[in-house]
Write a protein that binds this ligand. Sequence first.
Ligand code: GDP
Length: 297
Amino acid sequence: MAFEGLADRLQGTIKKITGKGKVSEQDVKEMTREVRLALLEADVNFKVVKQLIARIKERAVGQEVMESLTPGQQVIKVVKDELTNLMGGEQSKIAVADRPPTVIMMVGLQGAGKTTTTGKLANHLRKKHNRNPLLVACDIYRPAAIKQLETLGTQLDMPVFSLGTEANPVDIANQAIAKAKEDHNDYVIIDTAGRLHVDENLMEELQQIKADVKPDEIFLVVDSMTGQDAVNVAESFNEQLDITGVVLTKLDGDTRGGAALSIKAVTDKPIKFAGMGEKLDQLEAFHPERMASRILG
Ligand code: GDP
């Protein structure tokens, strides 16, 4: 399960402090040391850890007394609040264009789960928001990617727009949007090309699509199993494209949690969804508070 190591370590530390009727500065110091080590071990970015620990210390030592909680419980509440804030605080909503269709551009490296997530997101929009999306195959470099999206469309019984591998991705996207207007599709989800690494050609192509299509959302899909690499990838995509949100995939695996805990702080862009498995219904809206509760037990 995701976060197992982190949860184990933090829960041990928390048990020690929860029951305390009095919490000394020394107790807080010991607790924050344990939290710091647990976060670093979970591959959380070290700058992020440093800032988080400073905030926990400041609040835990100088906190206002709340009658309903023991001092130990109050310290834990501070840790939970700060972990929640770190992951973005409030749950973040998906955009709706003033005039349909709302256009979402999916970007990310190959293998992160971009195409699968395109299908999952379409399914989510239909099931939870009663929407009627059109999927668009803009990865002209891999015929297999187009085929994969078409297969997902068949499984979901949803339309897929493709012009094969010969057309230009900007043209494909524009024609798809025109088609969505004609057919009354209220969302257009564009599956773009991925590469093995961040490179200039990829970014240029994505920038061209962005400039022309002016999407309402640009979701970066990253694999949570890749830890700090996922954070670095998010940083470069954000610099080049000014993404609007992140989808973290493979949170059902035994990821240590570093990406989930660092991405918002490093990019200042919210995690909007979490992929919890390979199936098309295994996408969840990302709730920072629930995730913090899961980690702290
Ligand atoms: P793309 O190259 O980024 O389009 O990646 P794909 O959508 O083809 O996904 C790559 C692999 O990751 C596939 O085997 C997917 O089934 C798998 N995958 C995607 N999302 C998840 C997830 O949330 N959990 C798990 N366990 N596997 C996932």
